[in-house]
Design a protein around this ligand. Structure first.
Ligand SMILES: Cc1cc2nc3c(=O)[nH]c(=O)nc-3n(C[C@H](O)[C@H](O)[C@H](O)COP(=O)(O)OP(=O)(O)OC[C@H]3O[C@@H](n4cnc5c(N)ncnc54)[C@H](O)[C@@H]3O)c2cc1C
Length: 434
C-alpha cells in the first residue's frame, strides 16, 4: 500500500507495479492525485547538488526521467535549458567556481571555463563558467553589472502533472488501484504491519506500507509509531503574464546569486515601516529566480524568491504575502533590467505555493524504518519533483529486495544513529536549496 498520491507516492506505485511487476499495489489518498503540493512546484530539475549521495540519487532520477520521456513520447516535455547562476561579485564568482570543482568531483560532470579550449555551446552535463563577455553575448537580457555565471547543464524542467498522470495510468494498466480515502490508523502486531484503517470505515490487510504523505508525512508515520524528524517551510511562487515579452522563451532558469536591497522610495519605505514589513526593507537573501513557462506561444514566466524562512505547521489555505509579486518583480529586475517597466504597473499574476517538508540537512528519507514492512518516501523539500523517479525506484528496491545503489544508506532514517553521519554533513545554508 502506497499512502499518498503526490509525485512521490505515484512514482513508488509506478516502480512497484510497472518496473518490478508487483501485482497488488494500492494507492490511497483522499485527494485527487498530485493536487496537494506536486502541482504547485516550479517543476525544475538539476543533478547539481553539493554532496555525493544527492548527486548520485539525482543522476539516477534524471536517467529515469530521460527513459520515461522516451517511452511516453515525451508527454511531460522534458527540457534541458539548464540553471544559470549569475553574480555581480567577482569574489562570489570565484567561490562558485571553487564549489563547482567540488561538485564536479561527485560525478556531476566536467567544469568548462570560458573562454577556453572548447567553445560555449550545447552540453549535456557539468557546468560552463561564463565571464562577462560570454554572458553578454549569449544572455543579453541579463544586467551588464553581472561579472559571470555558472551554467549547470544536466538541468531543466518538465510538467510534473503530466509525468505523474502518465505514471498513474501506467501503474493502473499494470493492475495498481487508486482508493479515495484517508489512512487514519496503521495496525502493527509483533513489530509487523498487518492492516490499515481508512476514513470510510473500511480496512485493508497489508504487510507493506509506503508512507508518501508530503507535508503530512510525520503525522502519518506516527500512526505506525515512527517519529520522522521533519519540519515544513512555506514557499510561494508567482506566474507573471509577460505581455512585453522581456524574458525570452528560450531562456534557462535564471538565478540571481547575490544578496540585494530593494530600491524602495522614501515614501514606500515609510509606508512599509508602518505596515511592519521590516523583512523587506533591509538586505534580502540570494537566489531570486525565474524561468519561462509553457510553449512558444505562452506569455508566462514563473518566479520565486524565498525571503521568509518561516517554519510552520502545514495548514491550508496557505498564508500568502500580498506583496509577494511586487517584491519578486523588484528582485528579478536587478538581474533583468528590461523588466523595469513592470515596476510602474505589475503585469497580471497568479500566486500559489506549498510546503517544503524537509530534514535538517535537506536530504530525503527513503526506505524502511520502524515496524517490519513500514517504509517512507518523505522530506522531499524543494526537490520532490526532480527526485521522485529516483526515490520511487529506490523505495521499490527496498520493498522487493532488489540490489540497492551505493547512495541507499544515506537516505535511511537510521543514518541519524550513526555518530559520524551528521559530522560529515554541511551547514543548512550549504544544502543546495534555492
Ligand atoms: C513553490 C514550490 C516550488 C517547488 N519547485 C520545485 C522544483 O522546481 N523542483 C522540484 O523538484 N521540486 C519543487 N518543489 C517541491 C515539490 O513540489 C515537492 O517536494 C513534491 O511535490 C512533494 O511531493 P510528495 O508526493 O512528497 O507530496 P504531496 O504532493 O504533498 O503529496 C502528498 C499526498 O499525500 C496525501 N496524504 C497525506 N496524508 C494522507 C493520509 N493520512 N492518507 C492518505 N493520503 C494522505 C495528500 O493528500 C497528498 O495528496 C516545489 C515546491 C513548492 C511549494
Amino acid at each position: 500500500m502506497v499512502v499518498g498520491a503526490g509525485i512521490a507516492g505515484v512514482s513508488a506505485a509506478f516502480h512497484l507495479a510497472v518496473r518490478q511487476g508487483v501485482k497488488d499495489v494500492v494507492m490511497v489518498d483522499p485527494r485527487p492525485p498530485l493536487t496537494l503540493t506536486s502541482d504547485k512546484s516550479t517543476e525544475c530539475y538539476r543533478n547539481w547538488w553539493p554532496n555525493e549521495p544527492m548527486v548520485g540519487l539525482m543522476n539516477r532520477s534524471i536517467d529515469l526521467l530521460e527513459e520515461m520521456a522516451e517511452e511516453s513520447s515525451d508527454v511531460f516535455g522534458l527540457s534541458k535549458r539548464g540553471y544559470l547562476f549569475v553574480t555581480s561579485d567577482a569574489e562570489r564568482l570565484q567561490t562558485m567556481v571553487d564549489e563547482a570543482h567540488i561538485t564536479s568531483g561527485f560525478s556531476a560532470g566536467p567544469v568548462r571555463q570560458h573562454p577556453g579550449s572548447v567553445p560555449y555551446g550545447d552540453a549535456d552535463d557539468g557546468v560552463d563558467i561564463l565571464g562577462p563577455a560570454e554572458l553578454g553575448e549569449h544572455f543579453p537580457y541579463i544586467t551588464d553589472k553581472a561579472v559571470g555565471a555558472v551554467h549547470v547543464r544536466r538541468a531543466g524542467w518538465f510538467s510534473a502533472q503530466q509525468l505523474g498522470t502518465w505514471m498513474v495510468e501506467q501503474a493502473r494498466d499494470h493492475g495498481a488501484e487508486l482508493v479515495s480515502a484517508e489512512v487514519v490508523d496503521i495496525h502493527v502486531e509483533s513489530e509487523q504491519i498487518v492492516d490499515v484503517s481508512l476514513s470510510d470505515g473500511s480496512s485493508i490487510a497489508t504487510d507493506t506500507v509506503i508512507a508518501a504523505a508530503g507535508p503530512l508525512s510525520a503525522p502519518l508515520a506516527s500512526l505506525a509509531g515512527v517519529e520522522l524528524p521533519l519540519y515544513s517551510e512555506l514557499h510561494l511562487k508567482v506566474a507573471f503574464r509577460d505581455h512585453l515579452g522581456v524574458i525570452p522563451k528560450e531562456a534557462p532558469m535564471i538565478i540571481w546569486s547575490d544578496p540585494q536591497r530593494i530600491d524602495w522610495s522614501d515614501e514606500e519605505r515609510a509606508e512599509l515601516g508602518r505596515m511592519g514589513r521590516s523583512d523587506i526593507l533591509g538586505e534580502m537573501p540570494i537566489y531570486c529566480h525565474g524561468r519561462p513557462e509553457g510553449g512558444a506561444e505562452s506569455p508566462y514566466f514563473l518566479a520565486l524568491w524565498q525571503y521568509h524562512h518561516e517554519i510552520l505547521e502545514p495548514t491550508w489555505p496557505l498564508h500568502e504575502d500580498p506583496l509577494y509579486p511586487e517584491v519578486v518583480m523588484r528582485g528579478l529586475t536587478t538581474m533583468v533590467p528590461g523588466l523595469a517597466p513592470y515596476l510602474d504597473g505589475l503585469p497580471e499574476s497568479i500566486v500559489d505555493g506549498g510546503y517544503y517538508t524537509k530534514t535538517r540537512e535537506n536530504r530525503p528519507l527513503i526506505g524502511p524504518c520502524g515496524p517490519e514492512g513500514f517504509h517512507v518516501v518523505a522530506g522531499l523539500s524543494g526537490f520532490g519533483v526532480m527526485v521522485a523517479a529516483g526515490a520511487g525506484d529506490l523505495v521499490a528496491r527496498h520493498v522487493t529486495g532488489r540490489p540497492l545503489p551505493d547512495y541507499a544508506d544515506s537516505f535511511l532514517l537510521s543514518r541519524y544513529d550513526n555518530p559520524n553521519y551528521m559530522a560529515g554533513v554541511q551547514a543548512p545554508e550549504h544544502s543546495g536549496q534555492l
